[in-house]
Design a protein around this ligand. Structure first.
Ligand code: FPP
Length: 249
């Protein structure tokens, strides 16, 4: 695909409502949702997206019933086991960011092993945000910089102290499930992201729908605050404007 968006992030929402509509327990929605993760990762990798970041578990999700939390933990472990070989084969570079301290030792080992064996892979940079909070990520970066004794903090410094700096800014944030919120996700990295709110709930969100959204958003005009065909930017013109003012005086 030409001119592909580099970094796509997804809030995979709507699992619980999807299950409820089918008179099933909420966890069923997560189970079905986990299959979608594999499909979307594969498609993202095939169409040449550089980075895909998925919101798998937020710090706010800790307030959910313990049974639901356990299911989400189990699904992560199952995913890691069943997709390990495919991730390696497809040259995906995998990383989990967030607070993983509550995961069991087997899951942590799987994460470490998968991260280590895919670290230098040149394909899709796949990031799972687990126990993740966008505000905490920013605060942690600032605290690290302060502890290093910096008196002044720049945007570049904070960017470098994000948990996976190489994924850079998000180009497109998709949220499934119909709500229009960013829910504490990648707050630093979405500063200039295109936002796309999809009504389909995550367990029904297909790889084709994902690709259609990418194609649609690629056609949007991303100006980053500029206007089209600006010949001379305001900053560039400062010196010449000052010269003109001198002429008026
Ligand atoms: C939001 O649905 C989704 C989550 C809290 C977790 C996302 C998890 C998965 C997609 C499955 C886990 C897969 C892996 C591989 C880690 P919700 O329960 O908030 O839905 P609702 O808004 O309808 O209640």
């Amino acid at each position: 695909m030409d001119n592909i968006l580099k970094h796509v992030a997804i809030i995979m929402d709507g699992n619980g409502r999807w299950a409820k509509e089918r008179n099933r327990p909420r966890f069923w929605g997560h189970v079905r949702g986990a299959y979608r993760v594999s499909d979307i990762v594969e498609r993202a990798s095939n169409i040449g997206i550089e980075a895909l970041t998925l919101y798998a578990f937020s710090t706010e999700n800790w307030t959910r019933p313990v049974d639901e939390i356990n299911i989400l933990f189990k699904l992560l472990k199952k995913y890691l086991k069943s997709e390990f070989a495919r991730i390696v084969k497809n040259k995906i570079s995998f990383k989990v960011i967030g607070d993983t301290s509550q995961l069991d030792s087997e899951t942590l080992e799987l994460i470490n092993e998968l991260e280590a064996s895919t670290k230098t892979n040149s394909g899709l940079k796949l990031t799972f945000c687990f126990g993740y909070s966008g505000r905490s990520e920013i605060i942690n970066a600032i605290n690290k910089l302060l502890s290093e004794g910096h008196k002044e903090i720049t945007e570049e410094m904070i960017t470098q102290y994000m948990m996976r700096p190489e994924i850079g800014d998000v180009d497109l944030l998709i949220r499934t499930g119909g709500d229009q919120r960013v829910s504490n996700f990648l707050l630093w990295q979405i500063a200039y992201a295109e936002l796309y709110f999809e009504s389909e709930k995550w367990p029904d969100f297909s790889a084709n729908q994902f690709e259609d959204i990418i194609r649609k958003v690629q056609k949007r005009d991303r100006r980053y605050g500029r206007i089209e065909n600006t010949v001379l930017t305001y900053r560039e013109s400062q010196s010449s404007s000052m010269n003109n003012l001198n002429l008026i005086n």
